[in-house]
Design a protein around this ligand. Structure first.
Ligand code: AKG
Ligand code: FE2
Length: 346
């Protein structure tokens, strides 16, 4: 297998869907092998795949979207009782619309002119609430006082750890798909303990009339995620799109019952020596009068762990595509690029 930068890939017109249940159940080794082969084939094209059989129940998901809506329905002054700080750390708590510009990072990358054009001057329009594990003392949680939203902390903590379980099943499938040695597989597992992940509740409000006609208006500009990989649930409004690298066109991640979308992010691109590309994605406006909600779960490696192409992959590819880096170094660089504006809007 050659590195990602060298293979020619067939055009994908839609995001492929894979049933991951053999890894969630952890029983049938033959079925797991089949799934990991399918994953290698389908997700190596664009770094994205829809996943069914992920183990998150429909009831839990319905409650998660109910809680998300209730959170963002609170008055701004109440949400601001858990404000995200005016700096990158901890990346936790509530951020009002207009604070983050994911696409700012894309504009600095040279590799893809179409993506660059798609992201230039795009302004995001969303509000978010970030949640981590209470064990993480650097990225410590910023909770709303319990009387502002009784039960919010308990529920979102449960959701965080349920999504972690799914994330670990997906990590096993990714590890298996790369054919790593046992030692490499263990190293990659140890980088993902669960304490560093980030659950995001996101609300994309209806777009005000004067913005709808602005060609630069978007819900979220094109970007890649920084972590290892991301799981994402979205509501029925849709709008999430991934770049198909063969055609240079964005394809819809169509909302489907029982399907989450998984995308490879910058760290796993490096770990896999580019076999899995970090997926370029964005959220376009499908229905400007509707609120859109989504729930991404970012799975970064531990901040000081060494992120490097795994030696067996380098050997197969005949060259090492990426230099070693720690996630902390990388994230610092990224925050310098995207900036983090002060809270000043509603
Ligand atoms: O809301 C979505 O569908 C995408 C969110 C996303 O890409 C992000 O938060 O990084
Ligand atoms: Fe993203």
């Amino acid at each position: 297998m050659t590195s990602n930068t060298e293979h020619t890939k067939a055009v994908q017109h839609e995001v492929p869907i894979i049933d991951i249940s053999p890894f969630v159940r952890g029983d049938d080794i033959e079925a797991q092998r089949r799934v990991s082969k399918e994953l290698a084939k389908k997700a190596s094209a664009n770094g994205c795949v829809g996943i069914s059989g992920h183990g998150i129940s429909a009831d839990l998901l319905a409650e998660a979207f109910g809680v998300t809506k209730k959170l963002f329905d609170l008055p701004y002054t109440e949400k601001m009782k858990a404000p995200h700080p005016n700096g990158p750390t901890p990346h936790r708590g509530y951020s009002g619309t207009g604070r983050e510009r994911g696409a700012a990072k894309t504009e600095t990358e040279e590799w893809n002119d179409v993506a660059k054009e798609a992201s230039t001057e795009i302004t995001d329009y969303k509000e978010t609430y970030e949640i981590g594990s209470d064990e993480n003392k650097i990225q410590y949680n910023i909770w709303l006082p319990d009387d502002v939203f009784p039960g919010f902390r308990t529920f979102t903590t449960k959701l965080y750890w349920e999504m972690h379980k799914t994330a670990m099943s997906i990590l096993e499938a990714l590890i298996s798909s790369l054919d790593l040695t046992e030692e490499e597989a263990d190293n990659v597992r140890k980088l993902h303990t669960g304490y560093d992940s980030q659950l995001r509740l996101a609300h994309y409000p209806p777009i005000p009339g004067d913005r709808v006609t602005d060609p630069r208006a978007s819900r979220l500009g094109a970007h890649t995620d920084w972590s290892s990989f991301t799981l994402l649930f979205q509501d029925e409004n849709g709008g999430l799109q991934f770049l198909d690298r063969a055609s240079n066109e964005f394809i819809d991640a169509v909302p489907k019952d029982g399907v989450l979308y998984m995308n490879i992010a910058d760290m796993f691109q490096r770990i896999s020596n580019g076999f899995y590309p970090s997926a370029l994605h964005r959220v376009i406006i499908k229905n400007s009068t509707a609120s859109r909600y989504s729930i991404p779960y970012f799975v970064p490696p531990s901040g000081d762990g060494l992120i490097e192409p795994q030696p067996s992959r380098v050997e197969k590819d005949g060259k090492r595509v990426y230099e070693p880096v720690t996630f902390n170094e990388y994230a610092t660089r990224m925050f310098e690029t995207t900036g983090y504006a002060k809270q000043n809007d509603k």
